[in-house]
Design a protein around this ligand. Structure first.
Ligand code: ZN
Length: 243
């Protein structure tokens, strides 16, 4: 009887552990991870520390950008700006040991229709991911909301076969009404995240990284780490996939 009680208590304790503290379900095999974002810099800002945790553990990560941020360089033309920001994204991915991939959408003009749903799903199917991260759906940038819609539709269409997590773009301006439930300790990888964010030199990283650091510090206070990234896991998604 006593043993039975102890067993029940142990199970309860294990269920109460945050996912980030348990063994990642895919541990022991190489995971394929995709972090989808609207623009160059979004996956790095929301998940850079987590991406570094994955790649340091030998997992394979792709940062999938919906567009090349063509309108985000002030007076520069869109073609030139897209080239600058593509190079910045490649540099950031090099720092995080991730791979960059771009969907062929335009900055600020994301299209969500039957054709784009199909194209985006094909891109994800080609990646065959175990885990996908994307923007939280309530976000002040329309491209971020579009990225969420495209990923969510692919998740449904692919039979919910990859784990699906939502991240916040922690620059204090975009993601709203976000209350994370799971956390990744990025205290040891914050330096790589910082370097990846600063690779986006055209995007005023001094200003935005300071805001991001406040958010990861706050998420750390919530979760008991020095610095943390917070996530919401989609209901119905497999869990236990965070590093
Ligand atoms: Zn963005």
């Amino acid at each position: 009887m006593e043993n039975g009680m102890a067993g029940t208590m142990t199970r309860r304790v294990m269920l109460a552990l945050p996912a980030g503290m348990g063994m990642a379900r895919g541990q022991g095999r190489k995971l394929k991870v995709v972090v989808a974002g609207g623009h160059p810099g979004d996956p790095e800002a929301g998940c850079g520390g987590t991406v570094a945790r994955y790649t340091e553990a030998g997992h394979e990560v792709t940062l999938l950008y919906l567009n090349r941020g063509q309108k985000g360089c002030g007076s520069k033309g869109q073609k030139e700006c897209g080239e600058v920001r593509t190079a910045e994204a490649e540099k950031a991915c090099g720092i995080l040991k991730a791979r960059a991939r771009f969907a062929a959408q335009s900055d600020g003009e994301a299209v969500v229709d039957g054709q784009r749903y199909g194209e985006f799903r094909k891109m994800l199917e080609a990646e065959a991911p175990d885990v996908v991260f994307t923007h939280w759906p309530i976000d002040n940038h329309r491209d971020h909301r579009a990225a969420w819609a495209l990923v969510y539709d692919a998740w449904l269409g692919m039979g919910k076969k990859f784990a699906l997590y939502y991240y916040e773009v922690s620059d204090g301006e975009d993601t709203v009404m976000f209350a994370p439930r799971e956390y990744v300790d990025i205290s040891g990888t914050e330096g790589k995240k910082r370097a990846a964010c600063f690779a986006h030199a055209s995007q005023d990283p001094e200003k935005f990284y300071a805001l991001q650091a406040k958010v990861t510090g706050f998420r750390g206070i919530e979760s008991g780490y020095a610095q943390a990234e917070g996530y919401v896991r989609q209901e119905g998604s497999a869990g236990g996939m965070l590093p």
